[in-house]
Design a protein around this ligand. Sequence first.
Ligand code: HEM
Ligand code: HEM
Length: 214
Amino acid sequence: MTYQSRYAWSVLFRLFHWAFALSIVTLVVTGLYVNSPWTNTVLEGSRSFPMATMRYLHFLAGFIFASAVAVRLYLWLFGNRQEKFWDSAPITPRNIRNLFSTMAYYTYLTDRHETRLGHNALAGTVYLATIVLTLIQLVSGFYMLYPESVFWQKWGVALFETQQQARFIHHLLMWYFIIFAFFHLYIVIWNDIKSPEGLISSIFCGRKFHRSSS
Ligand code: HEM
Ligand code: HEM
């Protein structure tokens, strides 16, 4: 079997990935601090005021996260073939077949699987759900940040009604992102070991080893 080195991910896609991943790590750490500060109240009352710093970092990371999501939405429409929405979303017969064959492969029911330059359809489906959840996370975050803004109030009230409800959903969604990150790391490492495609290095350098038909 021969493999060819092929260009899979554009620079913009890789920038999106790392901005998204690093902002989520920052948002989780600072968000947990906002929820239950691990320093003591004496420090909070002093000039160092860690809560203010943590909230500032949370909002800064929130804007990076929002920009990364905007880039991803752009790439769904205007990215290269692998980055486009319909390449891995479960909306075509080819992707629906791939969704089930990937599930069988991941559960060790078969050893055969279609290798793709882009995401497999199971990954594509999870990434799609993740981006939808980021939109809910963004609305709840900006609704809490700008409660007086008519724009965010309209969306916030429509989706969550009260600020407290928005805060609760915002907190619950954090756990989705934490669980996603652990599963994601497990799956990319598993794939990297199972198939000689260089999956992990592809998110740094953009190139993958693709099985050629000859
Ligand atoms: C060292 C850590 C990480 C590595 C090596 C890594 C690696 C990768 C790789 C290889 C892909 C493409 C996989 C495929 O084709 O299905 C990918 C996609 C993705 N990763 Fe990561 N990742 C890391 C951390 C994270 C973190 C912390 C997050 C967020 C919680 C994240 C979110 C995503 C998302 C959303 C995609 C899909 C991109 C899209 O098409 O929309 N990654 N990652
Ligand atoms: C994956 C992304 C995010 C995670 C994991 C996250 C996590 C959290 C957590 C855990 C809290 C504390 C809520 C509680 O009391 O339980 C929080 C609060 C908050 N977050 Fe986020 N957040 C994210 C994205 C955002 C974004 C994009 C914004 C908008 C800029 C934002 C704005 C806020 C605001 C305004 C608060 C309330 C702060 C306060 O009351 O002092 N968050 N976030």
